[in-house]
Write a new protein. Structure first.
Length: 288
């Protein structure tokens, strides 16, 4: 089997490439820079030179593969348009073969207790663009194509991820880790290696499936920031921020970090046999 992946040199992508190769799957990976090319090559993938805007390259690479995983995101101006055009090209190339698209659980907004994939959608501004793109992706199931959407929770592990970038590093710089609100909001977490396993399993998912990539670790932000303060070298030093203050420091992503979310990944576990095994989030988040 051959799988084409975008975003293979990224945080989740590196673990996903490794998970594919461990199963004996041949991987081709998009890379737009020399550094990305070295990364995917060192992981054992075959390089496909190009960017997400190179739709002809995407279409042909997908046509030559048995399945496609789309993890790449272009965060420059026009993110939504680039993602939509890339997804269309990849699906054109994949045809009836599996195409796994990346969403994210932030689109559910605040949840009322623990919810699943059928919960109402109420995204913060930073992820609102995903809704229409995912709708378009899934609609192509009606034309004989094979779309699947994986929606990761807050991904952590291997000293990477958004928590590292927006909480640990700033905390190390000022001697106190930020916490938005009073710490009672929850984050739905998943380890980067566990979400990588879900992406691989999703290649065999039923047409039109949507999976919340969360491991059941729905933890209060107070506990998470306490762990992150250990990693930042300022144990117990937490700087409580209002949402307005957090927006000034972090930008629009603060609205997503402030969400109170609890989700279950039971559907993926039931339908795909996904079994998250890295469940010690606080212990790992406390490590530098």
């Amino acid at each position: 089997m051959k799988v084409f992946i975008t975003g293979g040199s990224g945080y989740i992508g590196r673990s996903t490439v490794q998970a594919l190769i461990r199963r004996g799957i041949e991987v081709t990976a998009l890379a737009r820079s020399e550094q990305s090319a070295r990364t995917v090559s060192d992981l054992g993938a075959t390089l496909v030179a190009g960017a997400l805007t190179d739709t002809d390259v995407l279409r042909e690479a997908a046509r030559l593969a048995d399945g496609v995983i789309h993890l790449g995101v272009d965060y420059s101006e026009g993110t939504a348009d680039v993602d939509r055009a890339a997804a269309e090209a990849l699906q054109d190339g994949a045809g009836s073969r599996p195409y796994v698209h990346t969403g994210g659980v932030w689109v559910y907004g605040d949840t009322d207790g623990v919810v699943d994939e059928d919960a109402p959608l109420n995204p913060p501004r930073i992820t609102a663009w995903r809704l229409e793109n995912e709708k378009r992706v899934l609609a192509r199931a009606a034309t004989g194509e094979h779309p699947v959407v994986v929606m990761p929770g807050l991904v952590y592990g291997r000293s990477g991820g958004l928590a590292q970038s927006f909480f640990v590093e700033p905390g190390r710089a000022v001697g106190a880790v930020p916490c938005i609100g009073d710490g009672s909001a929850h984050w739905a977490l998943v380890h980067v290696d566990d979400i990588a396993e879900l992406y691989v399993l999703a290649l065999n998912a039923p047409v039109g499936s949507v999976y919340a990539g969360v491991s059941g670790q729905n933890l209060p932000l107070a506990d998470i920031t306490a762990a992150l303060s250990q990693a930042a070298g300022c144990p117990g030093r937490i700087n409580l921020l209002s949402l307005d203050e957090a927006l000034k420091q972090m930008g629009p992503i603060a609205e997503a970090f402030a969400l109170d979310q609890q989700l279950t990944g039971a559907r993926a576990q039931r339908e795909l046999g996904w079994t998250p095994t890295r469940l010690g989030a606080l212990a790992e988040l406390s490590q530098d």
